[in-house]
Design a protein around this ligand. Structure first.
Ligand SMILES: [Ca+2]
Length: 190
């Protein structure tokens, strides 16, 4: 709300009045700090004697909404494109999946969801987590039963190549494999 304008330099008994239009316009609808444009006006029978200069240098802050909505706005996704189940980059991953695993929802295939590596000690997967999302890593040797929470992943030593500092890379290892093993990560976005 914009208030506090004061008329200065009114001549004699001229009848003029400042109209404080209480709303202004932001330079952008996205979260951030933006220049504000005001709509002050002068009215009255002698208004023609004056020129009104709008104030300059006003800044307004738009806070991002929390969670997935704010994340989607950060990628300039609006309307249906910002829905959690939408897939605006047509890569088969919903916005919720891209949000949970630190991918770019406007760039198909920018990063793998999960990086898989097998080694002498077993199978390792690494993936990104962010706060507010619940992750469960499950492991199986038969692809039939997936015991929940069967693997508790530690934070990875490698925190490079992340899309944003909002994410932390975790690394889950399935060791002592007898023949074969499988892991998957479930993410629940509120
Ligand atoms: Ca997508």
């Amino acid at each position: 709300m914009l208030t506090g304008g004061v008329l200065q330099g009114v001549i004699g008994e001229d009848e003029v009045m400042l109209v404080e239009n209480l709303t202004g316009s932001f330079a952008s609808a996205l979260p951030g700090t933006w220049e504000l444009t005001t709509n002050y006006a002068i009215v009255g029978i002698d208004a023609g004697n004056y020129a009104l200069a709008q104030p300059t240098g006003l800044k307004g802050i738009i806070d991002p909404p929390p969670g997935l909505a704010g994340w989607a706005l950060g990628y300039e996704l609006f309307g249906e494109d910002a829905d959690s189940l939408a897939d605006p980059d047509h890569d088969g991953l919903s916005n919720a999946q891209e949000y949970a695993f630190g991918l770019n929802p406007t760039m198909a295939g920018d990063q793998p969801v999960v990086i898989v590596a097998s080694s002498a000690t077993g199978l390792t997967i690494s993936y990104l987590q962010r706060s507010g999302v619940t992750y469960t890593v499950q492991a199986t040797t038969d692809l039939t039963s997936w015991p929940a929470g069967s693997v508790t992943p530690p934070v990875s030593a490698d925190q490079t190549n992340k899309i944003s500092p909002d994410y932390t890379r975790y690394e889950a290892t399935l060791s002592n494999l007898e023949g074969r093993g499988f892991m998957r990560v479930q993410a629940v976005v509120p």
